[in-house]
Design a protein around this ligand. Structure first.
Ligand code: AMP
Length: 211
């Protein structure tokens, strides 16, 4: 299995880019945030545990997340190229991937952008409840307010995209990210992209890195 990790703050566009790539190329987009949100929707035990942390913008404990990612990856075919979006979030999670020969990370791509831009992106972000298509109130509004252009589903704000939770998520991101950046730099696997540019330009750079 080929594994590429997308690192970067919430709102830096990891999910949008991974979704675009998996629609046009044969990548598998794996978002731990999406898996947890589905678990909450379905009312599973995992969902109940995760919700208490997610509502506050806190991280779900490593033991839960490591178990979840191992299970999910073990169900994929060995020849697939997986884009990991939202995992690892801590060095312990990165070490868990590294401890298994079948889940070695090929490269870690860091999406870089300043905090004020992230706050604007996140608080304006909307998402289709049904298909997950992302929108933005100002930059990419749906044609009809509250209705998804793709599937007609309801377009809503994620509960953790409210400003107070966004600020907490960014604080946690900064406290964990340096460790991850050092971890992958030391292994010479870190690449950086400035993502304060149009999504299509970011996509082109990513395609080159992922060749
Ligand atoms: P995301 O959609 O990636 O922004 O994730 C939304 C929320 O899910 C995060 O704020 C965390 O509460 C939780 N979460 C997602 N991935 C992880 C992870 N790898 N470790 C811990 N918590 C996570």
């Amino acid at each position: 299995m080929r594994l590429t990790v997308f690192l970067g703050a919430p709102g830096s566009g990891k999910g949008t880019q991974a979704k675009m790539l998996s629609q046009r190329e044969r990548f598998v987009h794996l978002s731990t945030g999406d898996i947890l949100r589905n678990a909450i929707k379905e009312g599973t035990l995992l969902g109940k545990e995760a919700k208490t942390f997610m509502d506050k913008g806190e991280l779900v404990p490593d033991s839960t997340m490591i178990g979840l990612i191992k299970d999910t990856l073990s169900q994929l075919k060995p020849n697939q190229h997986v884009l990991l979006d939202g995992f690892p979030r801590t060095v312990a999670q990165a070490e868990a991937l590294n401890s298994n020969p079948t889940t070695q990370v090929e490269q870690a791509i860091l999406f870089e952008i300043a905090d004020p831009l992230l706050i604007e992106r996140l608080t304006g972000r909307r998402v289709c409840k049904q298909c997950g298509q992302p929108f933005h109130m100002k930059h990419i509004p749906s044609r009809k307010e509250g209705v998804c252009d793709l599937c007609g589903g309801q377009v809503v704000q994620r509960s953790d995209d409210h400003e107070d939770v966004v600020r907490r998520r960014l604080e946690i991101f900064h406290s964990q990210n340096k460790g991850l950046v050092d971890y992958y730099s030391e292994k010479q696997k870190l690449k950086r992209i400035n993502v304060d540019q149009p999504a299509d330009s970011v996509q082109k750079i990513l395609m080159e890195l992922l060749k």
